[in-house]
Design a protein around this ligand. Structure first.
Ligand code: VAH
Length: 315
């Protein structure tokens, strides 16, 4: 039976992935860790440890103490924050990753860490971006993600560590609010629609980015980690996506449910420049063929669920 250590467990992905994995593998089989204790259900419902991922010794000791066989490494700074604090981002994103990979190597653990559409740059083909293509990102986050992909492949070929990863698009969820991303406008718009029936977007109209609803992201992680390794031609990391839209399109979908909802624009040049450097849409054929990736939610279905869940959460 799997025994899993998750870093960044209180973040946007971790806070839902830990709960879902505990329901599948057993509460005591999923050890949640994060740099702080926020008293949430993730902390209270099962094993939780404080862990700063730049502390290699503590990470190794925790993995050994709980005799884990799987490491899900999520702790990282996202694109907009990384652009504001590039050296902190390099030290945390790459230092944490090396520590997690070394722990996985020494304790023979299976390993997952996410990459991102941020691993592509302005010279990457923007439409239906291929699985294997040019990756010259112009953000520190993108440099971290491309370096991370290469490092994870190196640990697989050099040391035989079973490393796997996906290039996540923007993730949309109603449980833990994301922090410091470029695609987070697509989360905030739902909160503002429910609370104020209006939203000012920092990303300009006509800016297309790949997106995915969190339930599909969680299933992708679990499906990839359970996949038959002999079928994997790629490892770090697979293109996956569910939809691609621009701000005016998500606004129009919300208006179908909240007719008085209005969107306006106050473009943030930093996050707009990041968004402009990313693909408009990516091709997920390799993930579909090698491990059966599929997304259940499109923009229409996600909007129905997000608005329903947020009306309950906020009211
Ligand atoms: C970000 N949500 O905006 C993250 C993600 C593809 C975007 O990597 O930085």
């Amino acid at each position: 039976m799997k025994k899993i250590l998750v870093t960044g467990s209180l973040g946007q992905i971790g806070s839902e992935l830990v709960t879902k994995m505990r329901s599948i593998y057993g509460t005591d089989h999923v050890i949640a860790t994060d740099i702080r204790d926020n008293g949430s259900e993730v902390v209270k419902a099962g094993p939780f440890e404080i862990l700063d991922v730049t502390d290699a010794t503590k990470m190794y000791n925790l993995a050994k103490k709980y005799e884990v066989d799987t490491i899900i490494h999520l702790a990282a700074l996202l694109s907009a924050t990384a652009e504001k604090k590039p050296l902190l981002a390099w030290n945390l994103n790459m230092g944490g990753l090396v520590n997690a990979l070394e722990t996985a190597r020494e304790l023979n653990c299976q390993f997952f860490t996410p990459s991102s559409i941020g691993a592509f740059g302005p010279s990457t083909p923007k439409d239906n971006t291929p699985q294997d293509t040019i990756q010259r990102p112009t953000t520190m986050y993108g440099v971290n993600k491309v370096s991370g992909e290469l490092l994870c492949d190196y640990y697989f070929t050099k040391f035989g560590v079973d490393t796997r990863g996906v290039r996540f698009p923007g993730l949309i969820s109603y449980v833990a609010e994301p922090g410091g991303g470029t695609t987070d406008y697509a989360v905030e718009i739902y909160y503002e629609a429910v609370k104020n029936k209006r939203f000012t977007s920092y990303i300009d109209k006509g800016t297309y980015m790949d997106m995915m609803y969190m339930p599909d992201a969680l299933n992708a992680i679990i499906d990839l980690m359970e996949a038959d390794s002999t079928k994997l031609k790629h490892r770090n990391a697979f293109n996956i996506t569910a939809m691609s839209f621009a701000p005016e399109e998500i606004a129009a979908e919300i208006k179908k449910h909240i007719p008085e909802f209005e969107i306006s624009y106050n473009v943030d040049p930093v996050r707009q420049a990041i968004a402009n450097s990313w693909p408009n849409s990516i091709d997920a054929t390799a993930a579909k063929e090698e491990w059966g990736f599929k997304a259940e939610y499109n923009l229409e279905k996600m909007t129905i669920d997000m608005l329903e869940k947020l009306k309950r959460k906020l009211n």
